[in-house]
Write a protein that binds this ligand. Structure first.
Ligand SMILES: C[S@@+](CC[C@H](N)C(=O)[O-])C[C@H]1O[C@@H](n2cnc3c(N)ncnc32)[C@H](O)[C@@H]1O
Length: 221
């Protein structure tokens, strides 16, 4: 019988090649991050028709006009955060749930916020099926973070903000780290490290993310 999609072993091979050729060779060295990228089955976070492209070197559509980020970008952002098991991690922009799964391989607790309900519910379904018990989902405006569980040791924003979202920085623990793409159109991936009331910022690399939507457009992209 003809099968349009590669067998499971082929996905495993494709994932290994993705880690070696797109991620390791571009300089991501953290073994825990590489291990998580090798483990999480990215093809299960995209629609069936896109599975054969799941390990390719670019973002893919996930519905509602949103995207799952390029694998290298997921790895680089995750490495920049320096996530440890004891960390409480907040992700803004659940999308497909893939980045949350990678974070959930590294930290005991991940909180993820998404304002498009279908995406949040879809991600929740996939992750329940995969057995992730350490991820909590919220449907709402990411600019508000998730006040109930502050402070977070690490915050990752996976949508492009026009400026540093200081409302989220307020939810970051002292010595905590935040990564966020900043700019209009194309953005600069920016790392912030909190020292008391100060946030020391560093530019990491250029990137292009869908916008971190503000104001009355929220919920209706
Ligand atoms: C590049 S996608 C995220 C990819 C996702 N992390 C993944 O692994 O599939 C950006 C996501 O941010 C969401 N988003 C944009 N603005 C938001 C806001 N104000 N609050 C919550 N989510 C937002 C979008 O709906 C979209 O799902």
């Amino acid at each position: 019988m003809h099968n349009a999609y590669p067998r499971v072993t082929d996905f495993t091979k494709a994932r290994k090649r993705m880690v070696e050729e797109q991620i390791l060779m571009r300089g991501v060295k953290n073994q825990r991050v590489l291990g998580a990228m090798m483990k999480v089955e990215r093809h299960l976070f995209v629609s069936e028709g896109l599975r054969h492209q799941a390990y390719d070197d670019y973002p893919l559509p996930v519905g509602s006009g949103q995207t799952i980020s390029q694998p290298y970008m997921v790895a680089a952002m995750t490495e920049a955060l320096r996530v440890e098991p004891e960390h409480r991690v907040l992700e803004i922009g659940t999308g497909s749930g893939y980045q949350a799964a990678v974070l959930a391989e590294l930290a005991n607790t991940v909180y993820t916020v998404e304002f498009i309900a279908e995406l949040s519910l879809g991600a929740r379904r996939v992750m329940q099926r995969l057995g992730y018990r350490n991820v909590r989902f919220r449907i709402g405006d990411g600019h508000e973070g998730w006040p109930e569980f502050v402070p977070y040791d690490r915050i990752m924003v996976t949508a492009g903000a026009e400026t540093m979202p200081f409302g989220l920085v307020d939810q970051l623990a002292d010595r905590g780290r935040i990564v966020v793409p900043i700019g209009r159109g194309s953005q600069m991936l920016t790392l912030g490290v909190k020292h008391g009331k100060r946030l020391v910022q560093r530019s990491l690399m250029g990137c292009v993310f869908v916008p971190f939507v503000r104001g009355e457009r929220n919920g209706r992209p």
